[in-house]
Design a protein around this ligand. Sequence first.
Ligand code: SF4
Length: 216
Amino acid sequence: MAKVNALDGPALVAVADNVSLRAIPAYRLLAARIDERHSILLKDTLTMEMATGGADDILTVLLRAATRIGALICDGIGDAILVRCEPGAGAALRLSYNILQGSGARIFKTDYVACPSCGRTLFNLQSTTQKIREATGHLKGVRIAVMGCIVNGPGEMADADFGYVGGAPNKINLYVGKTAVKFNIPEAEAVDRLIDLINEHGKWVDPPEKLAMVED
Ligand code: SF4
């Protein structure tokens, strides 16, 4: 590290493979000791534990990459990432983008925040979230929160642009940021009203297939 810090210009640095430290503390140590002018490349593994293809193994690779790289990005560490354990190039690229999106470093698709649901949930959270995803999944960079109730939902919507929140049984309140703007919308029409709201705020674009049909 002393040699790198003595360099004239900036460099891209990473923790060496096979060091006798776990990845997260190793990178924290690197970030604490390396000059700020250098950029840090985060690696998902320091030992090349390559996935062999089984479903469990792929899940392990995914979780390991997400927890290590994601945790470090959330700590403010890292300028580039490298996923090495996933053998498929396309899957590694998708995983890399999803880690960047999940940790808030780079938003490249619609972002959703949903509560885990509980006894207070006022609608079917899973099917409604799926319906909202189908309607809005093409809105790159828009953050949408789906919350089961108004008791805790609005406080847990993070920095969502729009919120779909259960206000009463079968009634939905819609939010712009943390402000409720539409109240007691019948659940059957609430997704359409959410789209109207996104449109009113200039964040709606037609999905690609609809644009193609208009051009035809
Ligand atoms: S937002 Fe409401 S419904 Fe969702 S988990 Fe929290 S308390 Fe339960």
